[in-house]
Design a binder for this molecule. Structure first.
Ligand SMILES: NC(=O)c1ccc[n+]([C@@H]2O[C@H](COP(=O)([O-])OP(=O)(O)OC[C@H]3O[C@@H](n4cnc5c(N)ncnc54)[C@H](O)[C@@H]3O)[C@@H](O)[C@H]2O)c1
Ligand SMILES: [Zn+2]
Length: 376
C-alpha cells in the first residue's frame, strides 16, 4: 500500500473556492473510497459508466466505496458518442431523482470523455448542482476532458452545443485502468499529450521525443509523468481563463482542422477525435511553415513524435478519407469557435510557441488544403 501511495502524483486546479485536486497514478480506483468519502455529505455515491468500462472497473470501484462506508448504485450506458444525448441526460436525471439523490451525495463518472461530459452535465443540473467526481479511464479523458469543467451533450445540430461549465470536486486518474483500453484509443489520447508540448512546453516536447514510446507502452512511471504534466498544462490555462475568453483557445491547437475532419467523416467510428487532432496539428504546423512562421525542421519533429505513436500525419493517409479540401474549409467556417466572418486559427512560431491568428486567409487556406490532399 505504501508503495502505491508514493507513486501517486497530484495536480491542483486553482479556481479559488472551486479549487480541486487531480490525483494521478496506478491503483486509484481501488483506493477511491477513502478519497471520495470525505466529499460525500450524504454517504451515498451514484456511479455513471458505460458497459465496456463497467465490465472491467466498476466492481473494484464499488468495493472500495463500500469499504469507506459509502453505499453506491450504478447507471450503465451503451458505450459510444451516441450516449452523450438529451435522452440519456434525462434518463440519468430520472435515475437520480427516483433514487432520492441529494446535493450532498456524490455523482461519480467512471469512463471516458463521453461519460465524463454527460455525468458532469447531469451533476450540474441535479438540484442545481450535486457533488461530482471524475474517474477518467481513457488517456484522452485523463489528460483532457476530465480537466477544466466543460460538460455537454450533443444535439442534432452538432456536437457539444448544449452544456455547462461545472467543475468536479476531485479527479482520480487511475493510470492502471488504461491497460484495458484499445491501442487505437491510447494513441488518440497521446495526440492530446503531444498538443501540450506543442502549445507551450518545448521541454515536455523534448521529453516526449525521448520517452513517448515508453508512455505508449504504459510504463507506469513515464505514463504518470506524462499525464501529470498534461494536467498541469491544462490546469494552468484553465485557471487563467476558465470560460474561454482567449488563452483557453490555445487548447484548440489542431482542433479547427481536426473538427473539420471529424465533421467531414460524419463523426463516425472511422476517425477518432485524437486521430483527427493529430493530423490537424500537423496541418497547423505545415501551414505555419508555409506562412513563414515556423521552421520546416520543427514541423518535422512534431510529425515524427505523432507518427511514432502510429498516428497519421498526412491527409491522404488519414483513416476515414478521402477528405475533400473545399468540404473541409466549409466545415472550418462552421466551427463554433468562428465568430462573425473571421476564421481564427491556432498556429505556431516553433515547438512550444503556439499563438492565436485571429483571421486566416480563406483562399490561401484552400490552396494549402488542396496541396495537402494531393501530396504523397
Ligand atoms: N469536456 C472536455 O473538455 C472535453 C475535451 C475533450 C473531449 N471531450 C469529449 O470526450 C469525448 C471523447 O472521449 P473519449 O475519447 O474518452 O471517448 P469514450 O468515452 O467514448 O471512450 C472511448 C471508448 O473506450 C472505451 N473505454 C473507456 N475506458 C476504457 C478502459 N479503461 N478500458 C477499455 N475500454 C475503455 C469506451 O467504452 C469507449 O468505447 C467526446 O465526446 C468529446 O467531445 C470533452
Ligand atoms: Zn481534443
Amino acid at each position: 500500500m505504501i508503495g502505491e501511495e508514493t507513486t501517486v502524483r497530484s495536480v491542483g486546479v486553482e479556481l479559488g473556492a472551486r479549487r480541486y485536486e487531480i490525483l494521478i497514478g496506478p491503483g486509484l480506483v481501488r483506493e477511491a473510497g477513502r478519497h471520495i468519502a470525505p466529499l460525500a455529505g450524504g454517504a451515498r455515491a451514484f456511479i455513471m459508466s458505460d458497459e465496456t468500462v463497467a465490465a472491467h472497473h466498476l466492481e473494484p470501484l464499488t468495493d472500495s466505496l463500500a469499504r469507506a462506508g459509502l453505499a453506491s448504485s450504478a447507471h450503465v450506458l451503451a458505450p459510444g458518442e451516441a450516449s452523450k444525448s438529451f435522452g440519456e441526460l434525462s434518463r440519468a436525471l430520472d435515475w437520480l431523482l427516483e433514487a432520492g439523490a441529494n446535493r450532498g451525495d456524490v455523482l461519480v463518472a467512471l469512463g471516458g470523455g463521453v461519460i465524463g461530459d454527460l455525468a458532469g452535465l447531469t451533476a450540474a443540473l441535479m438540484k442545481r448542482g450535486m457533488a461530482f467526481v471524475q474517474v477518467p479511464t481513457t488517456l484522452l479523458a485523463q489528460v483532457d476532458s476530465s480537466v477544466g469543467g466543460k460538460t455537454a451533450v450533443n444535439t442534432r445540430q452538432g456536437k457539444n452545443l448544449v452544456g455547462a461549465f461545472y467543475q468536479p470536486r476531485l479527479v482520480l486518474a487511475d493510470t492502471a485502468t488504461l491497460s484495458t483500453l484499445a491501442h487505437r484509443e491510447r494513441a488518440a489520447g497521446y495526440a492530446e499529450i503531444v498538443k501540450y508540448g506543442l502549445i507551450g512546453d518545448p521541454e515536455f516536447f523534448d521529453w516526449l521525443e525521448a520517452n513517448g514510446a515508453g508512455v505508449m507502452d504504459l510504463d507506469a512511471g513515464l505514463l504518470a509523468r506524462a499525464v501529470a504534466r498534461s494536467c498541469e498544462a491544462k490546469a494552468q490555462i484553465v485557471a487563467r481563463d476558465e470560460r474561454e475568453g482567449g488563452l483557453r483557445a490555445l487548447l484548440n491547437l489542431g482542433h479547427t482542422f481536426g473538427h473539420a475532419l471529424e465533421a467531414a467523416n460524419g463523426y463516425g467510428p472511422g476517425l477518432l477525435h485524437g486521430e483527427a487532432v493529430a493530423c490537424g496539428m500537423c496541418l497547423a504546423a505545415r501551414y505555419s511553415v508555409r506562412a513563414g512562421l515556423m521552421a520546416d525542421s520543427e514541423a518535422g519533429r512534431a510529425e515524427d513524435v505523432l507518427a511514432r505513436a502510429g498516428l497519421a500525419t498526412r491527409l491522404p493517409r488519414l483513416s476515414g478519407g478521402p477528405y475533400d479540401p473545399s468540404a473541409l474549409l466549409e466545415h472550418m467556417q462552421q466551427d463554433k469557435k468562428v465568430r462573425g466572418n473571421a476564421l481564427p486559427l491556432i498556429l505556431m512560431r516553433g515547438i512550444g510557441r503556439a499563438f492565436i491568428q485571429p483571421e486566416a486567409d480563406r483562399a490561401d487556406l484552400l490552396d494549402f488544403l488542396q496541396a495537402e490532399a494531393a501530396a504523397e
